[in-house]
Ligand binder design. Sequence first.
Ligand SMILES: [Zn+2]
Length: 177
Amino acid sequence: MIRRVWLKAALSGAAAVLSLLWTGGRLLPRAGAGQGGQEKGAKMIEKIHRTDQEWRSLLTPEQYRILRRKGTERAFTGKYHDFKGQGVYLCAGCDLELFSSRTKFDSGTGWPSFWEPIAPERILERDDRSLFMVRTEVLCARCEGHLGHVFEDGPPPTGLRYCLNSAALKFEAREES
Ligand SMILES: [Zn+2]
């Protein structure tokens, strides 16, 4: 992941990316990072903040366990791992459009897998050292709900595999444009 971050730095100017590194990869508004002064591609997503009690009442127990408690659904049990509808996948916590069916692929893992988000600023990536592994956690940039993890063994063109929980997503059918 670090390598990718630095590649982006080379492409889009180091300052914006450095500020991301200093906030641990979180797209937080920072003092001095004025709206007009952002590099293109570093668009801010307005955050949604809710209390734990609010999330409990808004989400199903399974959505809450995964999105707010970083749970993982059992492989091959989610509703989207083998789903092939055309459309977009929204965050089940806040309805932000995160992934398109055009980047979905069959990874054989039992979890819905994508090779790219709709836009890079819609997700956050954080180091996850739980369960004696070093993984990269993927979260919704707006509500910071846990979606899954990203691995570097995906298909072209990105070589990435966003391995997500069905329960963290909400599918909406769309016509291909
Ligand atoms: Zn969200």
